[in-house]
Design a protein around this ligand. Structure first.
Ligand SMILES: NC(=O)c1ccc[n+]([C@@H]2O[C@H](COP(=O)([O-])OP(=O)(O)OC[C@H]3O[C@@H](n4cnc5c(N)ncnc54)[C@H](O)[C@@H]3O)[C@@H](O)[C@H]2O)c1
Length: 347
């Protein structure tokens, strides 16, 4: 299959590309190379005859029409997005432009391409979204595909809007879409501004490890390669028009997660004295910080037979080891604007 993947120089998109090329798919990586991108993430496949790269901004509709006409993909996996909640609080406009208008452009370009090709029902537009569209849970319950949308940050609101557009393009134009909403991902190549890399890199640098609020917020963690595997499965076997929730059923409070990472680091790279956990500092909470996310992955498990293969303990072990082994990768990204700063406190 030939798959056009947007956002393939980012964290999850690059994991999907590495997996897809490894399985023999042709891949066209479409990415604008924003601050969050790094082409080293796909260096392992960059010379493959199965791989092509197009530096294109999804806000540019004309460019999208051109690359679809040139590459003629069998499917589109749409991951390109502004993805950092804290940045969405400081500057929501990029989130509106890329996540909403950009998705609109992708849908329109895909619709024209698909209609001109005679509306093949084998074509897929797979929109990759987040569990954050469902809002915040209390101490119990899980998000299902029927949970009403209730986004609460500029990021999650922009992703919710994009999900609605995608469903409308199915209902109105018949575009063969599938949609996935996934919980928090972690693993190799995650940009150094996200929680888990921040913890690892601040710990190693001897800096304070920030914990928002009291660290009681709960997230449901999924190893990125398990997500990539689920995404290819939905693309190949998912039912048109259906959405699938993807999650690892690995709920942790932020404080527990951070302490676990510190313990892994203590074992792998002990400090001269004390534990990395001694560097933990409680800081002002994020405005509108959702308390708990938890995914019920029953549908994707039952209908498509998907299960995560990596436990959170094993995944954190692998992730910490990867950051220890790949200092060149993250050091090169630390000079990018905003990295290492506390963002998302100005309201
Ligand atoms: N990270 C998570 O935990 C998580 C969980 C669920 C869903 N998602 C969704 O998965 C997708 C990928 O997330 P990620 O964490 O890999 O993000 P990321 O920030 O690491 O990567 C995003 C990529 O999109 C590209 N991009 C941004 N704006 C663009 C534009 N206008 N045109 C073309 N390319 C553009 C960037 O250059 C970057 O390479 C997003 O849609 C996100 O909402 C993420």
């Amino acid at each position: 299959m030939k798959i056009l993947i947007t956002g393939g120089a980012g964290f999850i998109g690059s994991a999907v590309i590495r997996l897809a090329v490894g399985r023999g798919h042709h891949v066209v990586n479409v990415d604008a190379l924003t601050y969050a991108a790094c082409l080293d993430n796909v260096a392992s496949v960059a010379r493959s005859p199965l791989y092509a790269f197009e530096k294109v901004d999804i806000r540019d509709r004309t460019a999208l029409d051109e690359i679809l006409a040139v590459h003629r993909p069998d499917a589109i996996m749409h991951l390109a997005a502004e993805s950092h909640v804290d940045r969405s609080i400081d500057g929501p406009s990029d989130f509106i432009e890329t996540n909403i208008t950009g998705t609109f452009n992708m849908l329109e370009a895909a619709r024209r391409y698909w209609q001109d090709a005679g509306r093949p029902d084998t074509f897929r537009f797979h929109h990759i979204s987040t569990d954050e569209v469902f809002g915040s849970l209390g101490p119990t319950g899980q998000f299902t595909e029927q949970t009403p949308y209730d986004p609460r940050s500029p990021y999650s609101a922009s992703k919710a809007a994009s999900d609605h557009l995608v469903r409308a393009w199915l209902e109105t134009y018949g575009l063969p879409i599938v949609l996935t909403n996934c919980s928090n991902n972690y693993g190799p190549f995650q940009f150094p501004e996200k929680l888990i890399p921040v913890v690892i890199l601040n710990a190693l640098a001897g800096k304070p490890i920030p914990v928002y609020g009291r660290g009681e917020n709960v997230r449901d963690w999924l190893y990125v390669e398990d997500h990539a595997n689920a995404l290819l499965l939905v693309l190949e076997k998912g039912t048109i028009g259906r959405s699938y929730n993807i999650g690892g059923e690995n709920e942790r409070t932020n404080l527990d997660l951070i302490k676990t990472i510190c313990a892994v680091l203590d074992a792998k790279k002990p400090k001269n004295a004390g534990s990395y956990a001694d560097q933990i500092r409680f800081v002002t909470d994020r405005p509108g910080h959702d308390m708990r996310y938890a995914i019920d992955p029953g549908r994707i498990r039952k209908e498509l037979g998907w299960r995560p293969s990596v436990t959170v303990e094993e995944g954190l072990e692998r992730t910490v080891q990867w950051y220890l082994d790949n200092a060149d990768w993250w050091q090169a990204l630390q000079s990018r604007g905003g990295v290492g700063e506390r963002l998302g406190t100005k309201t």
